[in-house]
Design a binder for this molecule. Structure first.
Ligand code: HEC
Ligand code: HEC
Length: 221
């Protein structure tokens, strides 16, 4: 009798701890992730600013301007960094830059860049090319917004981004060098001229993007 009640007690205890541990487990999966720490992100971003805080600095080959990430949507920055880390995106320097970043590092860095005020200064573009780009951009608007300054954080901002980088990105989607199921579908049928026109259109828009001049790198000095 006594043994039986001990057994029952033991079983009850076991059941109780099982319930508690599964509840804890559930909590761990459902609790919201901690807010990203932009200040920590700033400290981690000093190397990044050597390139992304140097307005107009170019990738050596193929030559195109290093994209502005200041003011970009945080979730897109994280997604891009994950793609470099996993080597889904091919750029060697960025793969190396992302290789040692944890998910938390990426989120903090993204918070730092995303909260920057945009100040992209649209460059001079071929007005006729941009007008053709505008006409062809209707199909892009549902995701990127009419001028490429869309609010939907799942899609990168394009407005005011360097034309040369937009052109490079579209060419890479078209050639399959950069793989993304959605964008491959949109870039596949574009001619080089159409790519240039779209890049000219988005590149000349006032946007929320910026390449902040960093303390490390100043063209003016
Ligand atoms: C040596 C210069 C250099 C450094 C340093 C550098 N980047 Fe980059 N970054 C680039 C270039 C060039 C590209 C475009 C690569 C491509 O075509 O995929 C890029 C692309 C990116 C992109 C994707 C932008 C987009 O619109 O898709 C993000 C995000 C990014 N970098 C963040 C960072 C972060 C964060 C760091 C620091 C940990 C960093 N970069 C350091 C040169 C650099
Ligand atoms: C259904 C939604 C959708 C539509 C429509 C769409 N895009 Fe995209 N676009 C995306 C997504 C998602 C990404 C990010 C893909 C990735 O991570 O490589 C992207 C990325 C891009 C990039 C790369 C930006 C960067 O910073 O590297 C460019 C340029 C671009 N799109 C241009 C266009 C143009 C031009 C059109 C119309 C011809 C278009 N997109 C239509 C969803 C869309």
């Amino acid at each position: 009798m006594r043994n039986q009640s001990l057994l029952r007690k033991a079983l009850a205890n076991h059941f109780f701890s099982a319930v508690v541990s599964s509840a804890l487990l559930l909590l761990a999966f459902t609790s919201p992730t901690l807010a990203a720490d932009a200040e920590r992100g700033e400290a981690l971003s000093q190397t990044c600013l050597g390139c992304h805080g140097a307005p107009g600095l170019r990738n050596p080959g193929p030559v195109y301007e290093i994209p502005m990430v200041g003011g970009q949507h945080a979730s897109y920055i994280v997604s891009a960094l994950k793609d470099y880390k996993s080597k889904a995106r091919a750029h060697k320097t960025m793969q190396a830059q992302a290789s040692n970043l944890s998910d938390t590092d990426m989120q903090d860095i993204a918070a730092f860049f995303a909260e920057m005020e945009g100040n992209s200064r649209p460059g001079l573009t071929d007005a006729q090319s941009a007008a053709r780009g505008e006409a062809n951009s209707a199909v892009c608007a549902s995701c990127h917004g009419k001028t490429g300054d869309g609010d939907n954080a799942a899609y990168p901002k394009l407005a005011g981004q360097y034309e040369s980088y937009l052109e490079q990105a579209l060419k890479e989607y078209r050639s399959g060098e950069r793989t993304n199921a959605i964008m491959a579908g949109f870039a596949d049928n574009l001619s080089i001229q159409e790519i240039r026109d779209l890049a000219a259109w988005y590149g000349k828009q006032e946007g929320g993007l910026t390449a902040p001049e960093s303390k490390i790198f100043k063209f003016t000095d």
